[in-house]
Design a protein around this ligand. Structure first.
Ligand SMILES: C[S@@+](CC[C@H](N)C(=O)[O-])C[C@H]1O[C@@H](n2cnc3c(N)ncnc32)[C@H](O)[C@@H]1O
Length: 255
């Protein structure tokens, strides 16, 4: 059954309306402030449309994009073919992939980490530890839950329209197993593409990662150290001592 990721142009409309320059500048600030490496190779995990590839290349970084969807990667390769340094696209699973070159800085955005179990999480961070050079940073946007996942984005509809394509996207989230922190997202996307209608319904079952669990996970392993966590991509807003977090992000460093 086709999934929305088989249609990169629809994903561009759904995910690409963010301020990519501001996001790229934030990544550069993290590199300037927290990296001890001379950063050249930058990896996006679950890159989708690789929205930051162009801006990162303009700043001299070589972009590496990891995704498991072949259609998406083919689209990215064609879309970004003019970039220098040449981007590298890796077809693979975030739980088990090999980067062709050591990575100096990695990031994953808008919660694109999908784990069904602690074992998946362990395999992902093992793969990242193999990919990232000692001293390299890994930035995780919206991947750790500071509130009940079922209350986030619950039943909110997002509608986007551009060039004759209209997309409406709706999430329903419900908890399946409290003890396993396991919840289900039903994501329904309706597309009207110049009069041709398509509907995608995707069901994802994920394990939530809670903040103290994440810190303990890092401490129990030898690969990464915690650097910091903030709200809304604002380094003047560490999450500590706050009761309401809107959009958490976390920075860790490969030991
Ligand atoms: C929501 S989209 C990506 C959005 C992107 N992170 C952004 O900020 O625009 C999620 C992407 O993750 C990819 N993906 C999902 N599970 C994956 C996995 N286990 N390994 C690699 N890629 C995966 C999908 O193919 C899809 O392109």
């Amino acid at each position: 059954m086709p999934v929305i990721y088989d249609y990169p142009e629809y994903c561009q409309l759904l995910f690409g309306t963010r301020d990519i320059s501001a996001e790229t500048n934030f990544l550069r600030t993290l590199i300037d402030r927290y990296s001890t490496l001379d950063v050249k190779n930058v990896l996006e995990v679950c890159c989708g449309n690789a929205l930051h590839a162009g801006e990162l290349a303009n700043h001299g970084y070589r972009f590496f994009g990891l995704d498991r969807n072949r259609n998406m990667l083919d689209h990215d390769i064609s879309h970004w073919r003019h970039l220098e340094p040449k981007p590298v696209f890796i077809e693979g699973d975030m739980m088990d992939f090999t980067s062709p070159e050591p990575i100096d800085f990695a990031y994953v955005m808008i919660g694109s980490l999908y784990f069904e179990s602690l074992d998946d999480m362990t395999r992902h961070f093992d793969a990242m530890a193999r990919a990232i050079r000692p001293g390299g940073l890994y930035f995780l946007d919206w991947c750790v839950q500071f509130s009940d996942p079922a209350s986030q984005m619950a039943d909110k509809e997002i509608v986007r329209e551009e060039n004759g394509i209209e997309i409406s996207s709706r999430f329903k989230i419900r908890v399946l197993d409290v003890a396993r922190q396991f919840y289900e997202e039903v994501w329904t996307i309706s597309v009207n593409d110049h009069g041709r209608r398509r509907t995608f319904e995707m069901i994802e079952r994920n394990k939530a990662i809670f903040p103290q669990e994440f810190l303990l996970f890092l401490e129990s392993r030898t690969q990464f150290e915690f650097v910091g966590w903030w709200d809304q991509w604002d380094l003047s807003k560490p999450v500590d001592g706050r009761s309401d977090i809107i959009r958490p992000s976390i920075l860790i460093r490969r030991k």
